[in-house]
Design a protein around this ligand. Structure first.
Ligand code: HAM
Length: 424
């Protein structure tokens, strides 16, 4: 008999072999968020449908095409959460967090649901690590949030991530920009797809995000949000840019960047990865949503946050070339027991150590260390000061040093603390 069911389309089993990557991502998220004063919040996996319709925007793709909506047995319309910002803002007011000291810094890790056509990097159930800092409009908070996301990628030793930043203005300056966009696109309306013509009517910003070839051709010369910002938005954006520069966080100002959800004001940003292409090149994104609380019927309250996609990040982690922290080799046969003893001691301190147990020549062993992408090689021999000293070789910098055994752990930790060359 054939099995009665298979995994639903667009979902994944996270198998034991992959758990390591998931632990790495969630462990780093918890450590980095907690260290910066962000507290964990978990909201339900389903909410009243109206929460998402009002926040994401009635014309957004998420609401028009991607929601898992169902009537519950009481006839109420419920939706599996497609994103976390609206639920967190709802919880913030329902729990009275708006009366605590502001801003309130929150983070979450969990599953989200979007009924979309599954393809590489796009699932129907996926996971996000998100943060929301609510109750303060200072641009410094935007910088804090962006820096937190940047640190997360850095701590996973992911290279090839680029930060794209834009300001999309606020209620004061956006109407003028919207009209400028319509004026620009109006003469080309006949050439646009039906979907883009509807975007023109309902939400012309989305034309900047269209993947339709006719619309893409027009994007390069379209009016830029940054040229239409009011003074307050312009000042805020300059402060964000300055903060990122001072924090040593490299970024690209991308005037074409618009986000798929309607609740954003001012700062919008995304983290892109060079190995991901097309519509799914974004590892995560976020921005300011100063109008969201009022849209949901609460007191006007500013906020800023992001969500990073764990499936897309896991794909890159798996292709990343990271081996053991230390590859231990015995320089001569008789030093092997000592090599094992030192490797064991480093292991017990939580370091990833791999010991070479072969009888190969030393250069062959070092070749293996580099093939395994080890950061350091530990060369243990009895000639060196009767085994009191060992040689530690940095495999990337191709530098080595002779270290007394008593100082080995501290020295190795120091060397490993230096960021790998390709991560900025
Ligand atoms: P978003 O850009 O819709 O933002 O999603 C953030 C990230 O979640 C994406 O960059 C992507 O990595 C991942 N993601 C989204 N949809 C899928 C999917 N179908 N399959 C796999 N991964 C996906 C938000 O959700 C906002 N709530 C972010 C935010 C927080 N803004 C302010 N605060």
């Amino acid at each position: 008999m054939a099995p009665v069911a298979q995994r639903p389309r667009g979902t994944q089993d996270i198998l034991p072999a992959d758990q390591l990557y998931w632990q790495e991502m969630t462990g780093a998220a918890e450590a980095i968020a907690t260290a910066r004063g962000y507290q964990r919040i978990d909201t339900p996996t389903f909410e009243a449908t109206a929460l998402f319709v009002r926040s994401a925007g009635e014309t957004s793709d998420v609401v028009t095409k991607e929601m898992y909506t169902f009537p519950d047995r009481g006839g109420r319309s419920m939706t599996l959460r497609p994103e976390g910002t609206a639920p967190v803002v709802r919880a913030y007011f329902e729990a009275g967090l708006d009366r605590e000291r502001q801003p309130v810094r929150l983070y979450y890790i969990g599953p989200f649901f979007r009924y979309d056509r599954p393809q590489a990097g796009r699932f129907r159930q996926f996971h996000q690590f998100g943060v929301e800092a609510i109750g303060d409009a200072a641009p410094g908070l935007d910088v804090e949030v962006i820096a937190l996301g940047w640190r997360w990628f850095a701590s996973l030793q992911l290279s090839g991530v680029s930060l794209q930043v834009n300001s999309i203005g606020d209620a004061a300056c956006r109407p003028r920009y919207r009209e400028a966009l319509r004026d620009y696109y109006r003469p080309y309306l006949d050439a646009l797809s039906e979907q883009d013509r509807s975007r023109f009517e309902r939400n012309p910003f989305r034309l900047l995000d269209s993947k339709d070839p006719d619309a893409v051709a027009l994007q390069a010369n379209a009016p830029r949000t940054l040229d239409f910002l009011c003074d307050a938005c312009r000042r805020a954006f300059a402060e964000v840019e300055r903060g990122l520069e001072q924090g040593g966080i490299p970024f690209t100002v991308n005037p074409q960047l618009v986000r798929g959800l309607d609740y954003y004001t001012r700062t919008a940003f995304e983290f892109w990865h060079e190995s991901l292409s097309g519509a799914q090149n974004s590892l995560g994104g976020g921005g300011r949503y100063d109008g969201l609380a009022a849209d949901l019927g609460y007191r006007d309250t500013p906020g800023v946050g992001f969500a990073l996609g764990l499936e897309r990040t896991a794909t890159i982690l798996k292709s990343r070339e990271i081996g053991p922290a230390i590859y231990a080799v015995a320089v001569e046969e008789s030093a092997r027991p000592l090599m094992h003893e030192l490797a064991e001691a480093l292991c017990q301190r939580g370091l990833a150590v791999m010991a070479d147990v072969s009888n190969a020549r030393l250069d062959a062993k070092l070749g293996r260390a580099s093939k395994m992408h080890a950061r350091l090689a530990l060369l243990v021999g009895l000639q060196e000061d009767a085994g009191d000293h060992v040689t530690v070789r940095d495999m990337r910098l191709k530098k080595q040093e002779s270290i007394h055994r008593d100082r080995l752990l501290l020295h190795v930790l120091d060397m490993l603390a230096e960021p790998p060359a390709e991560t900025t």
